[in-house]
Ligand binder design. Structure first.
Ligand code: COA
Length: 159
């Protein structure tokens, strides 16, 4: 049976930390659906369509990875995509506490939904989208943390 995993997040913007988790997931599962959440509550820097576009560009060329947007419950998307696996990256113990709570609640909402945690590569353990935006806003170089197309999009948006 083919296994589909969903990797959800706000991706505001997608960083090399996210991409590392996605590429490793694509080795483990037949199909990986990268689900870009609207996350209105986080008041995102990039609008949803641009976050989807930037993620799609960053992941182009990988046949078993697709990018979708969603605005609703993750479990509804899982049902729609016929997936019973969620992948989340954990950078630290602090991440794990929040992630374990979300995994538990999602399992309550959808019987059989499993969340698999991948530890973030040490190179990206301190990375976050907020820090990338902040570094760029103050004139720092974010080339190491995001693909060139995303760096350019941040600079264009700040200009
Ligand atoms: N490398 C680098 N950074 C990483 C990372 C990694 N591997 N994994 C996460 N991060 C960072 C992100 O950049 C982000 O940074 P930011 O806070 O500065 O923006 C932060 O960690 C967390 O972001 P993300 O992984 O995108 O999670 P999120 O908290 O923004 O999104 C959803 C969480 C979208 C999955 C969750 O809110 C959701 O499922 N929403 C749908 C509604 C729902 O079903 N709610 C009920 C849940 S029980």
């Amino acid at each position: 049976m083919s296994k589909t995993a969903i990797y959800p997040g706000t991706f505001d913007p997608m960083t090399h930390g996210h991409i590392n988790i996605i590429l490793r997931s694509a080795e483990l599962f037949d199909r990986v659906v990268v689900a870009v959440a609207k996350s209105s509550g986080k008041n995102p820097f990039f609008e949803l369509p641009q976050r989807v576009e930037l993620a799609t560009l960053a992941l182009a060329g990988h046949a078993n990875i697709e990018v979708v947007e969603f605005d609703g419950l993750l479990v509804d998307l899982a049902q729609q995509q016929q997936a019973n696996i969620i992948v989340r990256g954990v950078r630290s113990i602090a991440d794990f506490e929040y992630e374990a709570q979300m995994a538990g609640m999602n399992r309550q909402l959808m019987h059989g939904l499993e969340t698999i945690f991948l530890t973030t590569h040490s190179e990206w353990a301190d990375l976050s989208s907020t820090l990338v935006r902040d570094i760029a806003r103050h004139g720092g170089d974010v080339s190491k943390f995001v693909p060139a197309s995303i760096k350019q999009a941040i600079l264009d948006k700040l200009a």
